[in-house]
Design a protein around this ligand. Structure first.
Ligand code: TEU
Ligand code: CA
Length: 559
């Protein structure tokens, strides 16, 4: 297996709007990030992934870009950005940018031109079709609810938008558009950025006929079969690699929805010449019935284990995994996979052990290192996410779902759960801003904040630091082969990481109950050395059976 810097690195995702506000306007900004780089360096972070900071009208918090070569005014200036980059590099840290090229904002110059007339040269940068007897060109449903088609009154044609109507999809069939994107990417790479996280990159190729999903003429439905991993996707990514990435030693990570391990290998396999690694979401959508987001159910540990084992096993030696359990689109990981009530600290630490002992590059999301939790605002108007409002209109106002039921679902799955400001200390607004924050702070900030965590040697934050240090010390935790144990156990997640020079045994009690487990007899207890645990003075090896406290996690070195 070839070793590369990006496999051994720890990535930290910053959601700039909510990280740190330097000028009191209530919105996080680039200066705020610069001020806190020493915190990230001290934590052990190597690479920062910045969610979009480009010029944007913020319909989808920056994922709707109106100028790829400029900075969002609220976040600062290009000079601020260049300072951030040099301050990172001075600390031997790297920066990857979010690259959002499935769509632009409808306020991008290209779209304004395209809309202005049918024979404008930019018309073909987007996807236009005539309606069918006053109805949209096909029946696909948008990720953000409603039809994917929006009528343009001027030309009486519809344009395609897989996300909000302010995010028109780009037409990748057009070679001029592709070239323009590649030039833009080179422009950023030549500035010195160290790679890209590519937003919904496996949606850029659509089946050209754009056929109805399911039965012709049926109700709105998911048309993924015609645009997820579409017909020319590998061709485009290979072209991008050849034209752009191959000339730079940088990191590319594709956000790919609905992929199997086989597809992931086809995108990021060692000789694929497309991407370095992909984010896959099979574990993230656990508990979401048929992938529908707004009817969450309880997820099961066995399913989580099955998915992780499948991905760890099938990619080993072929492609490189990413490890993450939350980001700006999903609930906080301690609330979803742990217990954000009385075992918040224990379970946040246990999940950290999982993060840093699997094969793949760990991608942390801001706030997870202190065990930040979901939020439950009483009033819908305290929320900010376009996905939430569109879903509310569609499900509650049009389809009769009860307001209370929607709010309950929102508390579990809403994207704003992870977008509330980062808690720096216990002063007003958690030290995030001197002004009025763009979205309310989670009221539990007095209990959960960085300052408090820093002063407590036993905190979640210090546990993260310790685990990052361990991972950097032991290559087996990065490259070792993953071998699952106790696969049928409904409470214990157990596995080995086996490498030529050393091996580790990882045991995690994913339940709130004291639990016992008996390991296979070939694991010799007298050959185990405990090197990490989230409980003090515990984990004696005397008894034959392993006994675990709620959410107890242990790492043993095996000899
Ligand atoms: O997300 C892609 C995506 O499919 C998500 O919309 C996801 O399905 C949804 O959040 C689950 O509720 C990327 C970005 O990460 C997201 O923030 C953007 O809104 C989206 O693309 C459009 O750019
Ligand atoms: Ca600000």
């Amino acid at each position: 297996m070839t070793k590369k810097w990006h496999k051994e690195s720890i990535v930290y995702q910053i959601y700039p709007r909510s990280f740190m506000d330097s000028n009191g306007d209530g919105i996080g900004d680039i200066r705020g990030i610069i001020d806190r780089l020493d915190y990230l360096k001290d934590l052990g972070v190597d690479i920062i992934w910045l969610s979009p900071i480009y010029k944007s009208p913020n319909d989808d918090n920056g994922y709707d870009i109106s100028d790829y070569r400029d900075i969002m005014e609220e976040f600062g200036t290009m000079q601020d950005f260049e300072l951030l980059l040099s301050e990172l590099h001075r600390r031997s840290m790297k920066l990857i940018m979010d690259l959002v090229v499935n769509h632009t904002s409808d306020e991008h110059q290209w779209f304004k031109q395209a809309k202005s007339s049918k024979d404008n040269p930019y018309r073909d940068y987007y996807i236009w079709r005539k309606g069918r007897n006053g109805r949209p060109p096909n029946n696909w449903v948008s990720v953000f609810s409603g039809s994917v088609w929006e009528m343009d009154e001027g030309s009486e044609e519809y344009y395609l938008h897989l996300f909000s109507k302010k995010q028109p999809d780009l037409n990748w069939e057009n070679p001029k558009l592709r070239k323009e994107i590649y030039e833009m990417m080179k422009w950023w790479l030549n500035k010195g950025v160290d790679g890209f996280r590519m937003d919904v990159i496996n949606l850029i190729s659509k089946a050209p006929e754009l056929p109805d999903a399911g039965d012709t003429g049926s109700e709105l439905q998911w048309g993924g079969e015609y645009f997820v991993n579409g017909p020319r996707i590998h061709e485009y990514l290979r072209e991008m690699h050849r034209e752009v990435m191959s000339a730079y030693d940088v990191l590319t990570v594709g956000e790919t929805v609905n992929v199997t391990p086989e597809l992931a290998v086809s995108f990021s396999g060692d000789d694929s010449e497309q991407l370095d690694m992909v984010f896959q979401f099979n574990h993230m959508v656990l508990g979401l019935r048929n992938g529908t987001k707004w009817y969450p159910e309880q997820w099961k540990l066995k399913d989580l284990k099955t998915i992780i084992t499948e991905w760890q096993t099938k990619l080993h030696g072929k492609a490189w995994n990413t490890i993450f359990f939350n980001n700006h689109d999903y609930p906080r990981m301690v609330s979803k996979f742990g217990n954000d009530g009385c075992y918040r600290v224990e379970s946040a630490k246990m999940l950290a052990v999982l993060m840093f002992t699997l094969e793949g590059t760990p991608y942390m999301y801001q706030g997870e290192e202190i065990g930040m939790t979901n939020v439950a605002f009483e009033d819908l108007s305290d929320y900010r996410d376009v996905e939430t409002f569109n879903a509310y209109n569609s499900l509650v106002k049009e389809q009769g779902m009860l307001h209370e039921d929607f709010m309950k679902a929102l508390y579990k799955v809403g994207r704003d759960n992870s977008r509330t400001p980062l808690h720096w200390d216990d002063t007003d607004n958690a030290g995030f801003t001197k002004g009025e924050p763009w979205i309310k702070v989670n009221p539990n900030y007095k209990e959960i904040n960085i300052k408090k965590e820093q002063s407590n040697p036993d905190s979640v934050l210090n546990c993260y630091k310790e685990l990052i240090r361990l991972r950097k010390q032991h290559k087996a935790l990065v490259y070792g082969k993953y071998i699952p144990l106790l696969e049928d156990d409904e409470r214990i997640f157990a596995y080995k990481r086996v490498h030529s020079d050393e091996s580790f045994l990882i045991l995690l009690n994913f339940s709130e109950f004291p639990t016992e487990a008996e390991l296979p007899s070939d694991i010799m207890r007298d050959k185990l050395e405990l090197i990490h645990t989230n409980y003090r003075n515990k984990a004696s090896l005397e008894s034959k059976v392993f006994e675990f406290s709620p959410y107890e996690a242990r790492i043993y070195k095996m000899s």
